[in-house]
Design a protein around this ligand. Structure first.
Ligand code: PLP
Length: 377
């Protein structure tokens, strides 16, 4: 028979929730009432609850017509491929409330194409571009109240993900596949001007094998970076820079963003390698640089070149361009002091995102309208 103390301990054993905590979680997950709107000026880059998650299921032949659910929990069998074999892909893109009151998605075709390449590589059913865009449009429309209003510099971050699940012991195709989109409002990354950060070259670990899956956005590429990122942050480096795994000679990319350099003569350069994840933002950055009349080079970049750059930046959806003020490798520190080109590209692209400048590259798509709010106090 359990003593009173023992039974109290048993109630708190792992895997069991106290009734009060379970109630909180149920409330969080089911959103009996819609979650409150966030305080726009306080948003950072973290998960903020919204009203609806979009979910599509594969019936073995085709995707179903999808549902919009307020339950963000997903129930899957414990022997699912996603949990054991990492059969999972994700994407990240943003929608913006623009100056003219329209809500526009930025660059979604590039994300759809990248997810498609990943699905082919991981033997998962492809999500056609039309379905991908339908899903993200639904996620925006169903959560439109949570899109940060124009003027706050925020955005609706969209996280599509595709995974294999269902009872399965041996390695092979999963019995079921699901494609979802979750939306979460995020704040302006830079509240003032651009803030340069320090990068650390990771020599002890590799991000992606030469003929592995670095070029697709699969879940398995990210868990191995958790430890190096924690270690780098403890040493005061917010970002890790990875070199090519075969020779440790060429620059590949940062943990979650691509490498952009500007040479002394103003050429914008970015490395090529099959194990780099092609950044969707980078496509827009390079096209914008060409519009500015800048020379653009996509080629292997030796680490020995690091000290020759005038400007360096990390490029990705979260921030568009983050200036890198130093790269440290062992005892060597390369420093960068000016960011004129990076700042110009950043300003041009963020102006298009906010609908303040013409989208001459045709990378935005209108989803819906949202009235302008009076600024909150
Ligand atoms: N490289 C990696 C490894 C990433 O995870 C990301 C983020 O998605 C990027 C680059 C930047 O890609 P994007 O511009 O599509 O966000």
């Amino acid at each position: 028979m359990l003593t009173r103390t023992a039974s109290r301990v048993a109630l708190r054993a792992p895997g069991r929730l106290s009734p009060a905590y379970a109630a909180t979680r149920t409330h969080e997950a089911k959103f009996v009432t819609a979650p409150p709107l966030p305080q726009w000026e306080k948003l950072g880059f973290s998960a903020t609850p919204t009203k609806a998650m979009i979910r599509y299921d594969w019936d073995g032949q085709q995707w179903n017509s999808g549902t919009s659910t307020s339950d963000f929990n997903i129930s899957i069998h414990g022997l699912s491929n996603v949990l054991h074999y990492g059969q999972a892909l994700f994407e990240g893109l943003k929608a913006f409330h623009c100056k003219d009151g329209k809500v526009r998605i930025f660059n979604s075709k590039a994300n759809a194409a990248r997810l498609k390449r990943g699905a082919e590589r991981l033997a998962m059913p492809v999500v056609p571009t039309e379905l991908f865009e339908e899903a993200i449009d639904r996620a925006v429309r169903d959560n439109v109240d949570y899109v940060p209003p124009y003027g706050y510099g925020g955005a609706m971050y969209l996280r599509p993900f595709l995974f294999g699940h269902g009872e399965k012991l041996g390695l092979g195709a999963a019995p079921h596949y699901t494609f979802c989109v979750i939306a979460s409002p995020v704040g302006a990354y830079y509240k003032g001007g651009l803030e340069p950060i320090d990068a650390l070259v990771i020599d002890e670990f590799d991000r992606a094998a030469p003929r592995g899956v670095g070029g697709i956005k699969c879940a398995g590429n990210y868990a191995p970076d958790v430890l190096p990122s924690i270690m780098a942050k403890e040493r005061g480096f917010p970002v890790c820079l990875y070199l090519d795994a075969a020779t440790q000679t060429y620059i590949e990319e940062f943990s979650t963003s691509n490498f952009i350099g500007v040479t002394q003569d103003g050429t914008v350069v970015t490395p090529t390698s099959p194990s780099i994840l092609p950044s969707c933002t980078k496509g827009v950055v390079l096209a914008t640089a060409r519009q500015l009349g800048l020379k653009v080079e996509e080629r292997p970049i030796s680490m020995a070149e690091a000290g020759t750059f005038k400007e360096v930046a990390a490029c990705g959806t979260a921030v568009v361009l983050t200036p890198i003020q130093s790269i440290t490798r062992g005892d060597t520190v390369y420093k960068y002091h000016t960011f004129d080109t990076i700042a110009k590209l950043y300003d041009m692209i963020t102006a298009v995102q906010a609908g303040e400048a013409e989208d001459s590259l045709g990378v935005t798509r209108t989803v819906c309208e949202k009235p302008h709010n009076p600024p909150s106090k």
